[in-house]
Design a binder for this molecule. Structure first.
Ligand SMILES: Nc1ncnc2c1ncn2[C@@H]1O[C@H](COP(=O)(O)OP(=O)(O)O)[C@@H](O)[C@H]1O
Ligand SMILES: [Mg+2]
Length: 327
């Protein structure tokens, strides 16, 4: 098949591994920087240009959209969606998972566990917010952080107040989160591809650091996940609507607590820690996905989930509260 990888740089480990894995399975691969693409919105004929030339036909797009280009990157992915090209992952699913608060709202709605999280926007509510998350130390997070940047720890209520006031003044969306002390700087990263965990590692933060991100000096070692953690990772990925994901989970006394779901998980750390061919698993899933999509689209038009019109409520649902108000 003809595969397009959207990535800012072909020399990045993850991008080059995907290219090699796809070529070794006999596919034709192109890598393009999403920022070089021009989106043309036109009635009945959405299209995309790379320089002066229209983008040719691809069977599948794998977007690797980093946090720094989220908005434009997502617009490009959405355009491929509109053009009927299968994308792994879809723009809607990437956007859902990238907003950590939105992701946690969806996870808890489906009964998945997360650290208790409070979002507030007024200095007066800090005391109550702290009480809900179990006091200090407390985690303060940017809604859209990545690679450990944007995740902070505050040891005292005074530190929380000054941190929040500073971040609010800078226009940042933030939330407070229960600090899971028993995880001791360790967490699990599970890579889920096509509804299966294909690799998992335990990450340990370096000394004096609570964040286990490899970008922050953490180390990763292959891990055998307990079935509860496998289930949590797979379900969390499904709730987001992602086909490929890196799920970060803390080990709490009562089981897995999901921290976040990454839609473009880095492959270097996990492949080195586990020796597993994660890039190969992604390409193998891409092949199955294209076949499945082809047979599905024969049966029905593919509708992009959040772009449907809201369903009409049944008349009895609408009339009940009004009746109650009158009586
Ligand atoms: N509530 C928490 N309790 C304990 N450790 C946490 C908590 N939230 C985050 N961490 C640590 O910080 C790291 C980064 O947090 P995460 O939410 O995954 O942000 P990022 O997107 O920057 O990776 C996690 O991998 C974990 O080691
Ligand atoms: Mg993380």
């Amino acid at each position: 098949m003809r595969l397009l990888i959207l990535s800012r740089n072909v020399t990045l480990y993850s991008t080059s591994r995907l290219v090699l894995a796809a070529r070794s399975r006999g596919h034709e691969v192109t890598v393009a920087d999403p920022l070089d693409m021009r989106i043309v919105v036109s009635k009945g004929r959405p299209s995309m240009f790379l320089g002066a030339r229209p983008v040719e036909h691809f069977d599948l797009v794998i977007p690797r959209i980093g946090a720094s280009i989220t908005n434009y990157g997502l617009a490009v992915v959405r355009q491929f969606d509109m053009m009927g090209v299968p994308v792994l992952n879809t723009a809607v699913a990437i956007a859902r998972s990238r907003d950590k608060l939105r992701a946690m709202q969806l996870l808890t709605k489906k009964d998945l566990d997360v650290p208790v999280t409070v979002c507030a926007r007024s200095p007066d509510s800090v005391e109550q917010a702290l009480a809900v998350v179990g006091g200090t130390p407390v985690i303060v997070k940017l809604q859209q952080g990545a690679q450990g940047i944007g995740t902070m720890i505050a040891e005292t209520p005074q530190a929380v107040t000054s941190l929040l006031e500073t971040l609010w003044a800078m226009g940042q969306d933030i939330f407070l989160q229960e600090y899971i002390a028993e995880s001791k700087g360790r967490d699990f990263r599970a890579i889920v591809v096509g509804g299966r965990v294909v690799a998992a590692m335990r990450r340990q933060a370096r000394r004096g650091e609570f964040r286990s991100n490899l970008h922050r000096g953490g180390i990763g070692l292959e891990a055998e996940l307990d079935p509860r953690y496998v289930r949590a990772a797979v379900q969390a990925t499904k709730v987001m609507g992602l086909e490929i994901a890196g799920v970060d989970m803390l080990e709490s006394r009562i089981g897995p607590k999901i921290l976040e779901i990454n839609s473009s998980p880095g492959l270097e750390g996990i492949e080195r820690a586990t020796g597993r061919d994660v890039a190969g698993a992604i390409v193998a899933h891409a092949e199955r996905y294209v076949l499945r999509r082809a047979s599905a689209s024969k049966r029905r038009d593919v509708v992009i989930e959040e772009e449907r019109r809201p369903r009409r409520l049944k008349p009895e649902v609408l009339s009940t509260p009004a009746k109650r108000r009158i009586s």
